[in-house]
Design a protein around this ligand. Structure first.
Ligand code: NAP
Length: 356
């Protein structure tokens, strides 16, 4: 037994790491024990990069007036206090890339993961015990933070080995939002009209590409984001991932309502919300036909605003909470990128410019 391992097996959901309140699960807990020693059924990792959830990073950046030093201090303070990166304002986290330092003895026979493997976590940082020794760099454009840190994955935790054919930074960006293209693949069907809010962001681009494939030549994909003059918006139009792009602020439901007849001769069968700001529930609902579906991937979604908003405008729509996990989501998200070389080039240029 190594010094980085503890002998006994504990709760596979990680409740043994909860410090307060007693009896809660790690995601709901206020504070976790991040001691960097693996129990028999845990995996201990040396963390290299955190990919902070976009909604969380935007809130932190705004609170720190876009000063990377202050963001680093805020991150260190949150993790120091809570033993995890669980933004107390947005309630969201992110994920990490790191190297396995030790695999508990009870797991070694059952999983292929070995010391030294590089992985991306596929469970939220809001439930991942994390201890930060130092923040080395905060990248304000992407929400990535290079750190010296350690993290624990529970037996129930999900992770993916980093693929050989993509730069790590690109894999990290895609895996962070893997649930979005995977859910679109499941929900979209030939002939459908699909509207994507936040279309020129990471999840929005992958959702549009996946929707384009699924709806086929008889379907339509509409992208919505604040400006048509961004590299992502241009990519969507030039490569035909969207049939139309609406430059509008999704918080302005009336402006969106005015744009709908132009962009969507018929309302959307499926609306996918991928924005990183609050107050866009009603726009998404108004774009969707009766008995259509709204998939709220955004972490800024308010259950109350969505439920009462739909009721208030008399919309009978199915609303889906953006579960970050869908079966095979990591493989589907990475394959979406591989299937679309222009999208892949865009992600490489944006997230790993040295590799492009
Ligand atoms: N459900 C899950 O498990 C899960 C996992 C990861 C992330 N998320 C959430 O998914 C959302 C998107 O994440 P991401 O990484 O794809 O974010 P991202 O790359 O930062 O993209 C955000 C998108 O929202 C757009 N946007 C911002 N304000 C807008 C407004 N007022 N009106 C219309 N569009 C607006 C942005 O447009 P501009 O670029 O032009 O500003 C951009 O297209 C975030 O809320 C994130 O927290 C959820």
């Amino acid at each position: 037994m190594s010094l980085t391992e503890r002998p006994h097996k504990v709760c596979k959901l990680g409740t043994h790491r909860v410090l307060e309140p007693a009896g809660s699960l790690p995601q709901a807990a206020w504070r976790l024990d991040p001691t960097p020693v693996a129990y028999e059924n845990e995996i201990l990792c040396d963390v290299e990069v955190l990919n902070l959830d976009s909604a969380s990073f935007r809130q932190m950046a705004e609170a720190c007036e876009h000063d990377p030093g202050r963001v680093a201090n805020l991150l260190t303070a949150t993790v120091g206090e809570r033993g995890k990166q669980h933004n107390p304002v947005t309630g969201s986290g992110g994920m990490f890339v790191g190297r396995v330092r030790s695999v508990g003895a009870g797991l070694r026979e059952r999983i292929a993961l070995r010391e030294g493997d590089r992985i991306a976590s596929l469970v939220s940082l809001t439930l991942t015990p994390l201890r930060i020794e130092a923040v080395e760099r905060v990248e304000m454009e992407t929400g990535r933070v290079w750190v010296r840190a350690s993290a624990i994955l529970f037996e129930s935790g999900l992770y993916a080995l980093l693929p050989d054919d993509l730069p790590d930074e690109v894999a990290l960006a895609v895996l962070d939002v893997a649930g979005a293209p995977a859910q679109v693949r499941r929900l979209a069907a030939p002939g459908m009209t699909v509207a994507v809010f936040g279309a020129d962001g990471k999840s929005g681009l992958l959702a549009c590409a996946q929707a384009r494939d699924r709806v086929g030549p008889t379907g339509r994909v509409i992208g919505i984001a604040p400006s048509a003059d961004t590299p992502g918006a241009r990519l969507l139009l030039e490569e035909g991932y969207v049939d139309e792009f609406v430059a509008a602020d999704a918080r302005d439901a009336l402006a969106i309502l005015a744009a709908i007849p132009i962009a969507l001769p018929r309302l959307a069968d499926l609306t996918v919300n991928c924005v990183n700001c609050c107050g866009t529930e009603l726009s998404s609902i108004l774009c969707t036909r009766d008995e259509g579906t709204v998939y709220f991937f955004s972490m800024c979604t308010s259950f109350t605003a969505a439920a009462l908003g739909a009721e208030g405008v008399g919309k009978d729509v199915t609303m889906i909470v953006g579960n970050g996990y869908a079966k095979d989501h990591a493989a589907i998200a990475l394959q979406t990128l591989r299937d679309h070389p222009p999208l892949r080039r865009y992600f490489v240029e944006r997230f790993s410019p040295k590799a492009s």
